[in-house]
Design a protein around this ligand. Structure first.
Ligand code: SF4
Length: 675
């Protein structure tokens, strides 16, 4: 059984652990500790795909661990909500107060008036869906649809392939064509870059589909920059090209697919010229790409998460994921698609959660603002936020802020640092970081499963999630309090024993298929008949315009510019946003800037009917005309007026999966002071 090391015994040591942050790569880390304090974080080699190096984000993670924003002890609000003034209390006082409020709210309004609010991106298997699930399920609180990210692509992948494992980094070198569609690994998933270089050195061509001219787009053989929200017509035009020009692999489709005729019928509505016009791209370039894809094998499509963040996102992901089936790109190493491999181990939290989900109200996390302000059956009286910073990561920031200011709302935030959301809390609880607790990190790029070990004692009075939630559960008479090592052993005890024992003994488990499955050879769709379903009825029924149905651009004459919010190389969603020193910058194309009389560094207002953001502008050809870009994950202190990009994002939902439509924000931009 793993044991915490005693601080005194550390002296100078290097501890191996793994990074569970929301990034596909799941690096092995070597953390150097001197006298109980982290002095260096570097890469290790247990996960071979991460090749001994790590990103700059985690290299400076100690700045978060020991930073001035760190939550060191439990505290309760003093003064008006949002001012961030708190008084220190003990864990006992804080948890007793929360338990008492939970009981009062359940008595008066019913337990569904309590809304637990979390997101799992940067967690391993222990920090979410363990003791927290036992607590909230047993108590009968509202449930949360955790759909802010990856829900539309997940729905598409599930519908078509049952979330079949994809091509992993190590097999990119075998591809002769690599398509990066809606993904920028230079910012999120940097370990793919050396594999791309190897593949290109071996002769692979690179196509990048991204509305921005990223560094990878500059290096690509072909860069297609569609207007945000138009990936769907592009993908359908390629399907149409494949079917109409005789490139469809009918033998594969007959043996391994269902629904090809219905996909073909929808794709027929999108000849190259029409799709190119809808997406604002050159028809000749689109045809060149279709022909290159049709004729090149092995061909690999890396489907990212950028294309899902709009009203057509689920159908777009489905159409992209369907391409290798229609074009016959499976059954060869380096061919097929690559997306999330998080289910490749077949491990799900249902294996260790003995309390089933109750049939209580489900709240879509993208509707937090309206849940706090409008829901009345019952109203939300307690919001329990953990593993999440919704004030700057979820659509419709101004409504969320209005909701958080409600005097009759009791908000608990259990966090590592004083986030923008935490400043509105009634009770703040200190959480450990992954360098202070156990966890199990599951990569979703490479297929990896690694043990996360605490390398230092918890800073201040921070506690691991499993312990704090089980402590609260014990105060409510739900379950016994549990130490995190007990939770670790309970979880490991429910996964296949050969995986669990290797994980505990070696710190990592050996991945299936040597970590490199060939699709339709080693792995098959996890659908009932092991076939790819190219037209799932359930998805067709769910999408407002039907599956593969295109919904037009939401721009208006008043708000003509599409605002996108791509991942940056500085933060993991909003994690580490507290360390940003300079103001966030809006990127704008020269033609749009000159039409508005703007120059680089001018202070601007970016606005629509939902809100406005004040920040400097950078004039650059890296974004398309008609599109402006502001990084995701920035904190309120990083703009002039304390509003961030989510203040401009509507809380409308994607066609599939109930995801967030970040890239459907349509805005106007003007010099600050000029109205
Ligand atoms: S965020 Fe990604 S690249 Fe950075 S250390 Fe973690 S897994 Fe590696």
């Amino acid at each position: 059984m793993p044991r915490r090391q005693e601080t005194e015994s550390w002296g100078h040591s290097t501890v191996e652990t793994a990074c569970p942050l929301d990034c596909p790569d799941s690096c092995t880390l070597h953390v150097t500790v001197e006298n109980g304090r982290i002095v260096k974080i570097d890469g290790g080699h247990t996960n071979p795909s991460t090749r001994d190096f790590i990103c700059g984000k985690v290299r400076r993670f100690a700045d978060r661990v020991y930073g001035e924003d760190r939550v060191l002890y439990p505290s309760i609000r003093k003064g008006p909500k949002g001012q961030g003034v708190f008084t220190r209390v003990s864990w006992d006082e804080a948890l007793d107060q929360i338990a008492q409020r939970m009981l009062e709210i359940r008595n008066q309004f019913g337990a569904e008036a309590i809304l637990p609010y979390c997101y799992g991106g940067s967690n391993g298997l222990l920090t979410q869906d363990t003791a927290d699930a036992t607590l909230f399920r047993s108590f009968g609180t509202s449930r949360l649809a955790r759909t802010v990210c990856a829900a539309p692509t997940g729905a598409a992948n599930l519908g078509l392939y049952g979330k079949m494992a994809g091509v992993t980094y190590q097999d990119y070198v075998h591809a002769r064509l690599i398509v990066l569609w809606g993904v920028n690994p230079a910012a999120s998933g940097i370990h793919l870059i050396p594999f791309l270089k190897d593949a290109r050195a071996a002769g692979a061509k690179l196509v990048v589909i991204d509305p921005r001219t990223t560094s990878l787009a500059r290096q690509a053989d072909l860069h297609i920059a569609p207007h945000p929200g138009t990936d769907l017509p592009l993908a359908l035009a390629i399907h149409n090209y494949l079917f109409e020009r005789g490139f469809a692999d009918t033998a594969f489709l007959d043996e391994h697919a269902r629904g090809a005729d219905r996909l073909r019928a929808r794709a027929a509505e999108w000849p190259i010229a029409r799709a190119a016009q809808a997406a604002g791209v050159d028809a000749a370039v689109l045809e060149q790409f279709a022909d290159l894809y049709a004729r090149t094998s092995p061909a690999l499509v890396r489907c990212g998460w950028g294309l899902e963040r709009n009203r057509n996102g689920g159908s777009a992901a489905a159409a992209v994921l369907a391409l290798p089936a229609v074009a016959g790109k499976f059954r060869m190493r380096g061919g097929g698609f690559s997306m999330s491999n998080s289910l490749a181990w077949g491990i799900k939290s249902a294996q260790w959660n003995d309390v089933p989900e109750p049939p209580t109200r489900v709240v879509n996390m993208n509707h937090l603002g309206r849940a706090l302000l409008d829901y009345d059956d019952p109203p939300v009286k307690m919001l329990f936020v953990y593993n999440c910073n919704p004030l700057v990561t979820v659509p419709d920031q101004n409504r969320i802020m209005q909701g958080l200011q409600r005097d009759d709302l009791f908000t608990v935030v259990y966090e590592q640092v004083f986030t923008d959301t935490a400043r509105f809390a009634d009770v703040v609880l200190p959480a450990t970081t992954f360098l202070e607790n156990y966890d199990i990190a599951k990569g979703y790029g490479p297929i990896s499963l690694q043990l996360v070990r605490p390398v230092i004692e918890p800073v201040g009075e921070a506690r691991p999630n499993a312990e704090a939630f089980s402590d609260l559960a014990s105060r409510l008479g739900i379950a016994d309090a549990e130490e995190e090592t007990d939770t670790l052993l309970r979880v490991v005890g429910r996964i296949p024993p050969e995986i669990g024992s290797e994980l505990l003994e070696q710190g990592a488990a050996t991945p299936p298929f040597d970590g490199g499955p060939v699709q339709f050879v080693d792995v098959f769709p996890l659908t009932a008949d092991r076939k790819v379903d190219l037209f799932p009825e359930a998805l067709d029924a769910e999408a407002p315009a039907g599956l593969y149905g295109f919904q037009p651009d939401p721009a208006t004459a008043k708000h003509p510019l599409a605002l996108i919010s791509p991942a940056s190389e500085k933060t993991v969603s909003s994690t580490l946003g507290e360390l940003r020193q300079r103001a966030a910058v809006l990127q704008m194309h020269p033609s749009d800037a000159s039409a508005r009389g703007l120059s680089s560094d001018d202070p601007v207002r970016v606005f629509n009917d939902l809100g406005e953001v004040h920040c400097p502008v950078a004039v650059t050809r890296d974004v398309l005309p008609g599109t402006v870009s502001l990084s995701k994950g920035i904190w309120r202190k990083s703009t002039y007026n304390g509003a961030t990009g989510t203040a401009l994002v509507p809380d409308s939902l994607t066609d599939l999966g109930g995801g967030a439509c970040f890239n459907d924000a349509r805005v106007e931009v003007a010099l600050l002071g000029r109205h």
